[in-house]
Design a protein around this ligand. Structure first.
Ligand code: AMP
Length: 297
């Protein structure tokens, strides 16, 4: 089993073609749903009592919700706006609400999860919760500018507590204060991560392990409408694939990265979660084959 811990949100997403208000989002939501194509996935998260029932039901269709708390107060809210190229996102508002003082606990049945993904979330909560699992074989975390700017030392401490970091290129630079992605990865490895995966948006990703660098292309798309959650979908697919194979071999990690690129590509083709929600397992295998054809030379 895989456990995903992180934000479950009501997002406001402004793209040049459409604005979505208070729609279901959050790093753990995208990552969990993406992972659920590969393996049974449990969610640990908190929402407020304003969280719509229809979203609760939707999450329940894909994820085990024994770790979802409903606390009194408002759900975490994120508001972000894309420029016309869809490659630059400005955060307009981050309201932690019930996430701010969340004191997460791991349900008994999740404690034996061998694969744990700490999605974007308060790094102190992430570093604490990982200690509650009994048999972790592979753990991975992500972070975002908000936490790097407000809690950099806690982000570094969180990185020490996991096997792998998945992070986008701009955030890797901001966090490590380096400009070259190899230097960024080496610094995160010196803090304790064995694997570092740096996502480069539509350009794919670089995976680092010891002295191995595995570059992978993004799945090229002509029509992108909303990049929100692509990184989380990438991470969820990657760790979901590893959990489904119960493997942490380097070749599985490389394949996981490829699944990450493919699930990320589905996420950006529709608004909000729709890209992921409309995917069928057969679409994934089809796109993996197309991806293989695309990179073969
Ligand atoms: P991504 O596009 O992969 O960076 O992920 C976007 C998702 O991350 C959105 O659905 C947000 O709700 C969530 N998010 C944004 N900021 C934060 C934050 N500071 N902490 C946790 N989750 C966040």
């Amino acid at each position: 089993m895989l456990t995903v811990f992180g934000s479950t949100a009501l997002d406001t997403i402004r793209t040049p073609s459409k604005t979505l208000k208070n729609v279901l989002g959050g790093a753990a939501t995208f990552a969990g749903i993406s992972a659920s194509f590969f393996v049974k996935t449990g969610l640990i998260a908190v929402v407020g009592n304003d969280f719509p029932k229809k979203y609760h039901n939707l999450l329940g269709k894909h994820l085990d919700l024994s770790g979802l708390s409903v606390n009194s107060g408002k759900t975490f809210r994120y508001d972000g706006s894309y420029d016309k190229t869809l490659s630059i996102r400005k955060t307009l508002k981050t309201e932690l609400n019930v996430l701010g003082d969340f004191n997460p606990t791991v349900p008994e049945e999740y404690r034996k999860s061998q694969f744990v993904y700490l999605a974007n979330n308060d790094p102190d909560q992430n570093a604490e919760i990982i200690k509650e699992f009994d048999k972790v074989k592979f753990s991975m975390c992500d972070t975002i500018e908000f936490w790097i700017s407000t809690k950099r030392n806690s982000v570094i401490k969180m990185i020490k507590s996991v096997d792998a970091v998945v992070i986008n290129d701009e955030e890797a630079k901001l966090l490590t204060k380096e400009y070259n992605l190899i230097k960024c990865a080496k610094k995160m490895m010196s803090w304790g991560a064995k694997y570092v995966i740096i996502k480069k948006g539509e350009h794919g990703s670089l995976m680092f392990f010891d002295d191995v660098i595995f570059p992978s292309a993004g799945f090229s798309l002509e029509d992108v409408v909303d990049p929100t959650g692509a990184g989380d979908s990438f991470a969820g697919a990657m760790i979901g694939y590893l959990a489904s194979k119960n493997s942490t071999s380097l070749s599985s990690i490389k394949k996981g990265v490829v699944y990450g690129n493919v699930l990320g590509s589905f996420a950006v083709e529709k608004y909000g979660l729709d890209g992921l929600l409309q995917v069928k397992k057969s679409d994934i295998s089809k796109r993996i084959k197309q991806y293989e054809r695309m990179i073969r030379f």
